[in-house]
Ligand binder design. Structure first.
Ligand SMILES: [Zn+2]
Ligand SMILES: [Zn+2]
Length: 315
């Protein structure tokens, strides 16, 4: 009996009907290819010198908005309930998370909770470790866990993996309006660029840098969390999976690259177990907690961290 069939939640992984599969594939392929085309255009603008400081600032600002929305909103708040907040800040997080173009929030949450449930076992939607042990198979696994997993014809039952979100009418509204926020996230930098620069090409370069190229670069970094951070890095905690702490990925993903820490303490608002590990979202949440914007921040105490470290030392 495989690990999946032994797990009662395995029955909650089902095949999509043909119409839903087409929508999922179209959405995933668009998310993968359009931002790539925008990145090629951005590279051309950079190469030919046809860009302004405003374009670069908008790229950075929108990267921050995108990554903050995904890591603080979709991941730590929605998927793991690591803290509580007001409906207003919840809205800010759901809108900016949707601007990350990683799929509507229900897709994100159900996929992610399933990843934790089956981490690096059969049933994990994006594990790099289920494709064989040869070098070739490992590289194929890394690639699959990075992007092609989004084209799978499987889905995770909402009623099983996210009944709490399904019951929440406010959250489901953000789920249904997802395409609007993705488009807004691409148009917003175009409008801002035009307002600042007031030149005919500003709207185009704003859209390219702050919209499409930003989505491409930020999502390439984010998808490294599922691929690279379950293959390469340090493992201070003895989890039952291959999750690893990878500092370069953590730096670009505001702390998400500290996967070994996160799988050891999934409900914690911080992914760094020490303050010096690169975890910008954890640092931001600490500050937002002090400012009263978020509250009930969950984190393991020093004894719990020491106990987990001892398990690794004894192994
Ligand atoms: Zn993981
Ligand atoms: Zn997680």
């Amino acid at each position: 009996m495989s690990a999946t069939t032994a797990d009662p939640l395995a029955a909650a992984i089902v095949k999509l009907d043909p119409a839903s599969r087409r929508i999922k594939r179209f959405s995933a392929l668009t998310t993968m290819t359009l931002p790539l085309l925008g990145t090629v255009a951005a590279a051309w603008f950079l190469w030919t010198g046809n860009f302004t400081t405003t374009d670069l600032v908008l790229f950075c600002v929108m990267y921050f908005v995108h990554m903050g929305g995904i890591t603080i909103g979709f991941h730590r708040y929605l998927s793991h309930k690591a803290f509580r907040t007001s409906p207003f800040f919840e809205g800010v997080m759901m809108v900016t998370g949707s601007m990350g173009a990683q799929g509507p929030l229900m897709f994100w949450v159900t996929t992610h909770r399933r990843h934790h449930r089956f981490s690096d076992r059969e049933g994990d939607p994006h594990s790099p470790n289920l494709h064989g042990r040869s070098l070739r198979a490992r590289l194929r696994g890394l690639w699959y866990a990075h992007m092609p997993w989004m084209l799978s014809d499987e889905t995770s039952k909402w009623t099983v993996f996210a009944p709490d979100v399904l019951r929440d009418r406010r959250l489901m509204w953000y789920h249904r309006t997802y395409p609007t926020w993705v488009i807004a996230g691409v148009l917003l930098p175009a409008v801002l660029d035009l307002a600042v620069e007031r030149t005919p090409t500003a709207a185009l370069t704003g859209l390219v840098f702050g919209g499409l190229a930003r989505i491409f670069v930020a999502n390439q970094a984010a998808w490294c969390v599922g691929s690279v951070c379950h293959a390469i890095g340090s493992r201070p905690f003895d989890n039952t999976d291959r999750s690893a702490n990878n500092w370069p990925v953590a730096a670009f993903t505001f702390g998400e690259g500290l996967q070994n820490n996160h799988h050891a303490f999934p409900g914690s608002y911080r992914h760094g177990v020490t303050w010096w590990e690169p975890d910008l979202s954890g640092w931001l949440l600490f500050g937002l907690g002090k400012a009263g914007v978020v509250w009930d921040l969950r984190e393991p105490d020093a004894a719990a961290i020491a106990r987990k470290r001892a398990v690794k030392a004894a192994a």
